[in-house]
Design a protein around this ligand. Structure first.
Ligand SMILES: [Cu+2]
Length: 126
């Protein structure tokens, strides 16, 4: 009879253990929200001559959507992101251009002006 009682005790302990797994949904929510973070749009603003140059680097997470707004207030420009090969086309002086892409390839990518040949920004995807 004592053995049966021990077995019941064990069952109770197991039940208590599995009921503590009610915490699991919280973990699921945490995992979901970190996925949302990775999918969030990363906004980068580049103003030519102000915060642009080969020394400017931005690091983004692999898989994120990146939106780069570009402005050259002094002269017309033509922006190009190497590797991903997305370009703005010709942009009149003072008009903002937006380049948007999904960072699905890792590496270092130069964003340059096809008018001046200058590197405006280096994006690291990792
Ligand atoms: Cu180019």
């Amino acid at each position: 009879m004592k053995r049966i009682l021990v077995a019941v005790g064990l069952l109770t302990a197991l039940t208590a253990c599995s009921s503590s797994s009610e915490v699991a949904p919280t973990e699921t929510i945490a995992a979901e929200s970190s996925v949302v973070d990775a999918a969030a749009v990363i906004e980068i603003s580049v103003i030519v001559g102000e915060n642009s140059g080969p020394d400017r680097t931005e690091t983004v997470a692999l898989g994120s959507t990146v939106r780069i707004s570009l402005l050259n207030s002094a002269s017309e420009d033509d922006f190009h992101l190497h590797g991903y090969d997305v370009a703005s086309g010709e942009v009149p002086a003072g008009e903002e251009a937006v380049i948007e892409f999904v960072a699905d390839a890792a590496g270092e990518f130069e964003l340059e002006s096809h008018v001046t040949g200058e590197v405006l920004l280096v994006i690291t995807v990792q």
